[in-house]
Write a protein that binds this ligand. Structure first.
Ligand code: ZN
Ligand code: ZN
Length: 390
């Protein structure tokens, strides 16, 4: 892998930072220690730091040499997940029930490595904004930063992000123009039935029976309303009802995770979801409340910026290591909010090897430190390529 020599030298540092962050994971909007470490390091390298954007988010700003007004934003996420780590690594999480199981520790270390390199060399003409965001794992930290004026205060000609991908070979890049990841919405259904004695069902309206029918009917959205060529997921993930074997429950509650790959599809699925719930309420004579929360939009790469990022990836990893027709993933990403507010692109960096096989969000997952240098090289190459000195 052609990694800049100086970045190869930074490997030990990046690994140390990464493992320290790994050992001290912090959840959505609680990334106080992580943000402080990031801010201190950036400042020590002469980078101007603005803290408290989107609660615990921060931006480091570095000007290159020359007077170009061009700007670039590079984003890393900093948060961990509320789950128990089972790796038994020497730098395993010291916080019970919290774990860096998505590799955001690695993304942060990669961006720090690139920031250190660029602060030393400043072999570019323009401005780089290093964006460290909180709360990617469901909390919408990217949205919080945008709403806090991220791109008004730090205008970017393009904004870029990456995610490690343990199901792709180490050192390969995967990107595509257009939709790269799905939207992720959450629906909570409450069926208000009429409880009673199990021996006298005629006096009750059984919400559990309504819920079972509703569960089946909601599966028809994907099978009957969506083109077989399109990608939609409707997963009912929770179903709670009842407290005793001889009591018909009074209420039932279902939760659903809904994913689509276009805004049109997203609108259609929400409409059908609500129609089916209403139809069941009418036909069974119950009240059904639906709380439908639009969480993360689709992650849609902009065409020009996708090519810019792919070019940088090819420069550091070689032609054959960059797939520019990556399949859409049904996971989601709140970098989507930044891409909806600013042109940009998002790329996956493969991380699989013999010792790193667990998927993200698995309790035995660990970020593969071997890709730190390649990730940092990608960001450095992107900056030097897009903000060239004349
Ligand atoms: Zn994740
Ligand atoms: Zn992640």
């Amino acid at each position: 892998m052609p990694i800049y020599n100086r970045i190869a030298e930074l490997h030990e540092d990046m690994q140390t930072w990464r493992r320290d962050i790994h050992q001290h994971p912090e959840l959505c909007f609680e990334e106080v220690r992580t943000a402080q470490i990031v801010a201190e390091k950036l400042r020590s390298w002469g980078i101007e730091v603005t803290e408290g954007i989107g609660v615990t988010g921060l931006v480091g700003t570095l000007k290159g040499q020359g007077d170009s007004k061009r700007t670039i934003g590079i984003r890393a996420d900093m948060d961990a997940l509320p789950m128990q780590e089972l790796t038994n690594l020497p730098y395993q999480s010291v916080h019970e029930g919290k774990m860096h199981a998505c590799g955001h520790d690695g993304h942060t270390a990669i961006l720090l490595g690139a920031a250190k390199y660029l602060s030393e060399t400043r072999n570019f003409d323009g401005t780089v904004h290093f964006i460290f965001q909180p709360a990617e794992e469901g909390g919408g930290g990217g949205d919080a930063m945008v709403k806090d004026g991220l791109f008004d205060r730090f205008p970017c000609d393009g904004v870029y992000g990456l995610h490690n991908m343990p199901d792709q070979p180490k050192g390969t890049f995967h990107i595509k123009s257009g939709t790269l990841m799905a939207s992720a919405d959450i629906a909570t259904i409450t069926i208000h039935g009429k409880g009673g004695h199990a021996a006298h069902p005629q006096r009750s309206i059984d919400p559990l029976m309504v819920g079972v029918q509703l569960h089946t009917a909601l599966q028809t959205i994907v099978s009957r309303n969506v083109s077989p060529i399109d990608n939609v997921v409707v997963s009912i993930t929770e179903f709670h009802a009842g407290t005793a074997q001889n009591v018909i429950a009074h209420d039932a509650k279902l939760t659903a995770s809904i994913r689509t790959t276009s805004e049109e599809m997203r609108d259609m699925v929400e409409r059908r979801f609500k129609e089916i719930c209403k139809g069941h309420a009418d036909s069974f004579g119950v009240k059904i409340d639906v709380e439908y929360h639009r969480n993360y939009p689709c992650t849609v790469n902009h065409e020009k910026e996708t090519e810019i990022l792919a070019r940088a990836a090819r420069a550091v990893a070689g032609e054959d290591a960059v797939n520019t027709n990556a399949p859409v993933r049904m996971g989601s990403e709140d970098f989507s909010f930044m891409l909806n507010a600013c042109p940009g692109a998002y790329i996956f960096l493969g991380a699989a090897d013999d010792t790193h096989k667990f998927a993200v969000h698995h309790p035995e997952y660990d970020f593969n430190d071997d890709i730190l240098g390649l990730g940092a090289s990608l960001w450095v190459k992107l900056v030097e390529q897009e903000l060239p000195r004349t």
